[in-house]
Design a protein around this ligand. Structure first.
Ligand SMILES: *Cc1c(COP(=O)(O)O)cnc(C)c1O
Length: 354
């Protein structure tokens, strides 16, 4: 391989200190991390080292101008105890699309996958095995030029760390339909997993929480009418027993890997799925007529989350009980069964780490 990964093992493991029955999301970090540097046009100093804090120069351009992207994926253990990662090639590909959009260098897929493989193999004891839990993997890249001034940076760090997690949204989620702020617009960076996208949503999120909602349901920035996504999750509606998800066409919605997997599983089952523009009016109408059967979000962190309430212009639309939502419950179970090898991986989605 072109890139040698130097490995420095941690002298002791912290894994025995973890209470795998009560894992807070994203607060526990496993023993090792991967690091690489981009200097003079190529990746160098690729290494896996004990998990540690970084030293940050105050002029790091990522901090000021936001050239910073990330990914999120998960490793599971099969029922036979084999560590496996769900669709990492798709994450490698999306990472590079984000990089290109933000004028950052690509990470060769070979390096991305090799780094994941080595890291997960070394920290495989950190993969929780309870239903719904997994080892969350966070690759990230940020500009490290020590320079005050705006230009595409020349130096970057690429890091991967991991964190054992339980289920992300144990409760159904309440969403508030965006009527003031915008997450993404045509020609913007909504399709990139770029750090600034999340910063842009914090104020709306803060206000929504004051009103008792958990997340925003983002709409287009022109009419505040067409549904985009939840900002960490793509969205699916079941109206009159037909599944609908917004199309990615206008470049404002993140191309979710869980979304893609769900669409594939629905096709496998011959469940009709419409990928098209969808307005909030259509959703309100369906709800009024008792035809809004299901609404769920898809994303790596939570896989599938039921939405219980939609807040829109001072009204609250309450949705059917999660227990009776057949399609989303089946999809959730099926995805979990594939990831843990209880059923065959018929689309070759798993990368085994052996
Ligand atoms: C990561 C993310 C998703 C979900 O994508 P997955 O690949 O399914 O995890 C959806 N929307 C946004 C904005 C995201 O950042």
């Amino acid at each position: 391989m072109h890139y040698d990964i130097h490995i420095e093992k941690s002298p002791i493991s912290r894994v025995s200190q973890v209470d795998f029955d009560n894992i807070p999301f994203g607060r526990i970090f496993s023993d090792h991390m991967f690091e690489a540097e981009y200097r003079d046009g190529d990746w160098c100093n690729c290494s896996i080292v004990p998990f540690h804090s970084l030293e940050i120069h105050p002029a790091f351009t990522a901090l000021h101008y936001g050239q910073s992207i990330f990914e999120g994926l998960k490793a599971y253990k099969s029922i036979n105890g084999i560590p496996q990662i769900f669709r990492p090639d798709r994450n490698a590909n999306r990472f590079n699309k984000s990089a290109t959009r933000m004028a950052m260098p690509e990470v060769p897929e070979e390096l991305f996958l090799a780094a994941l493989h080595e890291l997960i193999s070394l920290d495989s004891d950190w993969i929780p095995t309870h239903e719904g839990s997994a080892l969350y993997i966070r690759p990230l890249m940020f500009a490290t030029d020590e320079f005050v001034g705006i230009k595409p940076a020349d130096s970057f760090n690429f890091i991967i760390f991991t964190s054992p997690v339980g289920s992300y949204y144990p409760r159904p989620v309440k969403v508030l339909v965006a009527q003031e702020h915008v997450r993404a617009f045509r020609g913007g960076v909504g399709t990139a997993k770029a750090a600034g996208n999340y910063a842009a949503t914090m104020l709306a999120l803060k206000n929504a929480r004051k009103e008792g909602y958990d997340q925003m349901l983002w709409t287009d920035g022109v009419e505040f009418k067409y549904i985009q996504e939840i900002g960490t999750m793509n969205v699916f509606f079941v109206i009159d027993d037909k599944v609908i998800t917004p199309s990615l066409d206008d470049g404002t919605i993140l191309d979710g890997i869980t979304r893609d997997s769900v669409i594939q599983l629905l096709k496998d089952k011959d469940v009709p799925i419409k990928i098209r523009r969808l307005s909030i009016d259509e959703i309100c109408e369906a709800h009024k007529n008792g035809k809004l059967n299901d609404f769920f979000g898809t994303g790596t962190a939570a896989t599938i989350s039921h939405i219980s309430d939609i807040g829109y212009r001072g009204e609250n639309l309450h949705l059917p009980d999660p227990e009776i939502r057949t399609i989303s419950n089946q999809l959730k179970q099926e995805l979990e069964d594939i990831k843990t090898s209880r059923i065959p991986d018929r689309h070759n989605w798993l990368m085994r780490v052996v």
